[in-house]
Each structure stands twice: as C-alpha cells, then as structure tokens.
Design a protein around this ligand. Structure first.
Ligand SMILES: [Mg+2]
Length: 207
C-alpha cells in the first residue's frame, strides 16, 4: 500500500482507500476493542503500523494531486524522522495539542468583534457571574445553616435583572417575548400545567 505507483489514478487511490478501510474495520472488529483502545494500546502491533503506512500512501497520492480520505476520523497521524528502523513515528494527537490546535485564536476573535458583540458578551458574562453570586448566597444559608441574607439575595437578583435587561436591549427583544416563549414551551411540556417526572423526562416540547 505504501509503494509509489507512477501510473496512479484516482480510481486506484479509491481502491487503496476501500481496501484499507475494509482491512481496518475487520481488524478492529476482531479485536473487540473500541477504536480509541485499539489505537492507544497498539493492539497486536497492527494499528500504529497500519496507520503509518496508510498515511504514507495518502501523502504520496496527494503529492500527485489525488485525494484520499482520512481513514480514521479524529486521529492525527504524524510521520517524522524517528529512531526506529522504519524511520517513522505515528502519534495519535494528544489532548493538549488538540486544544491548542482547535481553540479559535484570540486575535481572530478580537478582529471580528463588533461593538454589539462586545455588549452581548458583557451582558452574558454578567448573567453568569451574578448567577454564581446568587448561588453562593443560597449556599451559605443551606449548607452553612446561616440565616438567609435576604438583602444579598435581592441585590443579586437585581444584578441579574440588570444584565438580563441589557442583553435583551442589545439583541432587540423584550421581556414579554421571553415570558411568552417560556409559557408556550412549558405549556407543551406539561399538560394542564401540572408537573410530573414523566413529562419532565419526555420533554414533549423538544420532540
Ligand atoms: Mg452581584
């Protein structure tokens, strides 16, 4: 599979892929493992070697202008100079690399941000922060058995109202709209507006 073929055509590339896929699926099934276990344990030495050769074939085909699909989604195969005799290394992408690769660059976010976005984000962050403060006030009463601090509860609810109203204004929606939507949603979820665990689990409004 890794051999270069000067008379390569897209048809042959497709065949190589199909053969590779079917071999991979067969060996994976025989192993009885999940795909991630199959790869991470390098079951019977097959997966890593196979992925390396597949990647070499893919690179070779693509260098000649053909396309070859990824054999195993979610796994990055890196071929590099290595100490082993084949001169190849296969690395499944680790979580840290994946995060670094996937997280949208902060500069891109800044470049694309509008004043409206900044306001929306400010209000949404405010809602989340004040929710935490409210929860903390409740925690002190419930967990520490302190008398509930109503002044603080009112303060935090007021803070929440501030950010919710700011968010609505920024997005051009009204409080009435959100309340109507809530009534409609829960009217669908709970027949006659009566609670039951079954209806809570069924979530008829989402069906
Ligand atoms: Mg507050």
């Amino acid at each position: 599979m890794s051999e270069q073929n000067e008379e390569l055509t897209q048809e042959i590339v497709n065949e190589i892929f199909e053969q590779g896929k079917s071999e991979w699926d067969k060996r994976l099934k025989e192993s009885g493992l999940t795909q991630s276990m199959f790869i991470s344990t390098n079951h019977e030495g097959f997966p890593v070697e196979f992925l390396a050769h597949y990647q070499m074939a893919k690179d070779g085909a693509e260098a000649q202008g053909f396309t070859m699909p990824v054999l195993v989604e979610g796994v990055e195969v890196k071929l590099s100079d290595a100490d082993n005799e084949d001169g190849i290394n296969v690395e499944s992408i680790n979580h840290s690399d994946m995060v670094a690769q996937l997280a949208k660059p902060g500069q891109d976010i800044v470049d694309q941000l509008t004043a409206g976005d900044a306001h929306t984000l400010h209000m949404a962050v405010g809602i989340s922060g004040e929710s935490g403060e409210l929860l903390d006030a409740v925690k002190k009463a419930v967990m520490y058995r302190k008398q509930i601090d109503m002044e603080n509860i009112i303060e935090e609810l007021g803070d929440l109202e501030f950010y919710m109203e700011g968010l609505r204004q920024g997005l051009g929606i009204t409080r009435e709209e959100t309340i109507e939507a809530n009534i409609e949603k829960l009217g669908k979820r709970y027949k006659g507006h009566n609670y039951s665990d079954q209806q809570a689990q069924d979530r008829a409004d989402k069906a």
